[in-house]
Design a protein around this ligand. Sequence first.
Ligand SMILES: [Zn+2]
Length: 62
Amino acid sequence: MDAELGMTCVDCGGTLHPLSYPPEEGWEPGDVVAYRCPDCNERFDIVLPDPDEEGTGDWAGQ
Ligand SMILES: [Zn+2]
């Protein structure tokens, strides 16, 4: 699966960029992807949700 790119920083509204490169087979649910906001330098560690799991909310709906 692909990590969600272009998420919005909750602090300043900037665009988050992943700090780590995806593995060859892509990210898997449960992987932790570190993002950094280039505008305020805040770091976010985001656990990728399992798309097969109900109740994960609208994480990918940013
Ligand atoms: Zn920010």
